[in-house]
Design a binder for this molecule. Structure first.
Ligand code: ADP
Length: 551
């Protein structure tokens, strides 16, 4: 802008200068030509007087004249000419200045001169004897005038140029300074030109709008970041050349990356190659989904194209963890197979014994024994079905069961009382220690825990052994402990005994009426109470199981 103003000022200055120069030259030209005529006129008078007194000798004696002197007789014949021989000159009677001088004593004219081959001024003065003295000289022209005044004009032009440039530079800076020092962060605070006030007001309103939009955008961005950063599903957004635009921390973790990578080619990342077919599908415009094995487990990955008009401008990948779902499916399948198997055995036994009874092949004295076996197998099935039903209720989260204040010690003493006859039968003593402590829990489930643990402690004990049940109040938990001096659990089985239908010794478990579901029920019931299950066991020494109910 400064440059433009500078150039404009220079152009205007040059225009004004040239116009002034032309006008001045016009005035000067008139002044000089008038002066030239006046000078010639007075010279003509003087020379006429001298010629009338001294004749040709006088004229010839004239030196350093800057004009041509011609003496013309009254009939137009040339008597003397300072620059030409009189023989070569024609009669001058018809010349305008001669005519005027003959008539009025003085005449003058300006015309083209063949002698000078330029415009010349002529002045004629009549002498008393009727002859005429004529003076002539080349008329001043604009170039000749310029030549005469050229030097001072050049100096003036030079000075004018310098002054003009300096002024233009200063003016441009002065004009532009208020614009350069505008405070654009706060447009209305500027006190500059009145003319730019509408512009500043517009800028101010636009800035306000932009700031409001920026705040809105930032809030939206924060919301989006909060959602994507906290979601467990992996989310990756990339452009059409697979450059990652957004990757949430979950996606990085799922892919085994140390941090989310942005601005890199997705396919160059570790483990991304398994997702390439899905991405190619999305890039070709169709939705794709697949289950892939990633470092963190099994994931269902959905790849969707991002469209801008008709073009695919990117891909969104969403990764869902299905490890647990798959595990649950496997467990469900295993459970179904186990249940069928567990039910099949007693059913086969019952049907075998019943068939024998039906065929009448059984001796009457053997009938009670067969009936006893059928009853025992049926009881096993009933226990199994009851345990399965309990587990399925626990899988549902026992939502239909009410929590209430329960005295764990009272519950334990009831269990011990109920089990004492059975324990005595196998020569196992059972005792309870501790104090009355109330916890918030589901009484049926707590009874189930106690019953299963105490039954196991008796079942897997040895004659003369003992079972100690205790309820203690610790700083952060109420602890239920069931310790026995039984057969113990080998170390390699300890991890798995809480799994459904897992038994260390299947035949032993069956012989003592076990279903293989007791400890699973204990584990799930404890989980519903947020309680922790601890196991300590040494083969042939005994087993201690502790349930810690947090306060
Ligand atoms: P079960 O109905 O067979 O007793 P559980 O789920 O209650 O099923 O127990 C799983 C397995 O853990 C049992 O079969 C048994 O081998 C072992 N077990 C459980 N409690 C004890 C214990 N107190 N002492 C020794 N082994 C035990």
């Amino acid at each position: 802008m400064t440059k433009r103003i500078f150039h404009s000022i220079c152009a205007v200055a040059v225009l004004v200068f040239l116009t002034s120069l032309s006008i001045s030259m016009g005035i000067l030209y008139t002044y000089f030509t008038d002066g030239q005529m006046e000078q010639l006129k007075s010279q003509a008078k003087l020379i006429a007087r001298g010629a009338s007194e001294g004749g040709i000798a006088y004229l010839e004696s004239l030196d350093d004249l800057n004009c041509r002197v011609t003496w013309v007789s009254g009939d137009g014949g040339v008597l003397y000419d300072s620059e030409n021989s009189t023989d070569n000159l024609e009669n001058h009677l018809q010349r305008e200045e001669i005519q005027n001088a003959l008539d009025y004593g003085y005449g003058e004219s300006t015309r083209y001169s063949v002698t000078y081959m330029a415009y010349a001024v002529y002045v004629a003065q009549r002498l008393p004897d009727g002859s005429l003295i004529r003076l002539s000289m080349v008329q001043y022209t604009v170039p000749s005038l310029l030549l005469r005044v050229g030097q001072p004009i050049c100096v003036v032009i030079l000075v004018m140029i310098i002054v003009c440039l300096w002024l233009a530079y200063r003016l441009a800076n002065v004009v532009v300074h208020p614009l350069n020092s505008l405070n654009l962060d706060d447009p209305l605070s500027n006190v500059g030109y009145e003319e730019i006030k509408p512009l500043l007001m517009r800028m101010d309103s636009q800035q306000r709008q932009m700031k409001a939009n920026q705040v809105k955008l930032m809030r939206k961005q924060r919301e989006l970041d909060t959602v994507t950063n906290n979601m467990c599903e992996g989310l990756v957004l990339m452009n059409e050349s697979c450059t990652v635009l957004t990757m949430n921390p979950a996606a990085a973790k799922i892919m085994g990356l140390v941090r989310p990578y942005v601005g890199v080619n997705f396919l160059s990342l570790t483990h991304a190659n398994v997702l390439e077919p899905l991405m190619q599908r999305a890039l070709s415009g169709s939705h794709g989904e697949d289950v892939v094995e990633l470092p963190l487990g099994q994931y269902q990955v959905d790849a969707s194209p991002v469209r801008s008009g008709d073009k695919v401008s990117g891909v969104v990948l969403v990764m869902f963890d299905i490890t647990e779902k798959r595990l649950a499916e496997v467990q469900r399948r295993e459970f179904t197979a186990n249940v069928s198997h567990e039910l099949k055995t007693p059913l086969h036994a019952i049907s075998g014994y019943a068939e024998l009874l039906k065929s009448g092949m059984v001796q009457p004295e053997d009938v009670p024994g067969f009936s006893e076996k059928i009853y025992a197998e049926a009881q096993r099935m009933v226990r199994l079905v009851e345990d399965i039903l309990k587990l399925s209720r626990l899988d549902e989260g026992a939502r239909d069961m009410q929590r209430e204040q329960v005295d764990l010690y009272v519950l334990a003493s009831e269990t011990v009382r109920m089990l004492t006859p059975a324990a005595e039968k196998v020569d196992v003593s059972i005792s309870l220690t501790g104090e009355s402590i109330r916890i918030v829990g589901i009484p049926q489930l707590l009874s189930g825990i106690l019953m299963n643990l105490c039954t196991n402690a008796v079942k897997y004990n040895r004659p003369g052994g003992c079972v100690e049940v205790s309820v203690t109040d610790e700083t952060d938990a109420v602890v239920l402990t069931v310790a026995d001096t039984g057969i113990g659990i080998p170390a390699e089985h300890q991890q798995r005994i809480f799994e459904r239908f897992y038994r260390v010794d299947k035949s032993h478990s069956k012989s003592v009426g076990g279903t293989g579901l007791g400890l699973s029920i204990v584990k799930h019931s404890a989980l519903i109470h947020n309680a922790k299950v601890e196991l300590e066991s040494r083969e042939n020494v005994g087993t201690t199981i502790r349930i810690r109910f947090p306060k």
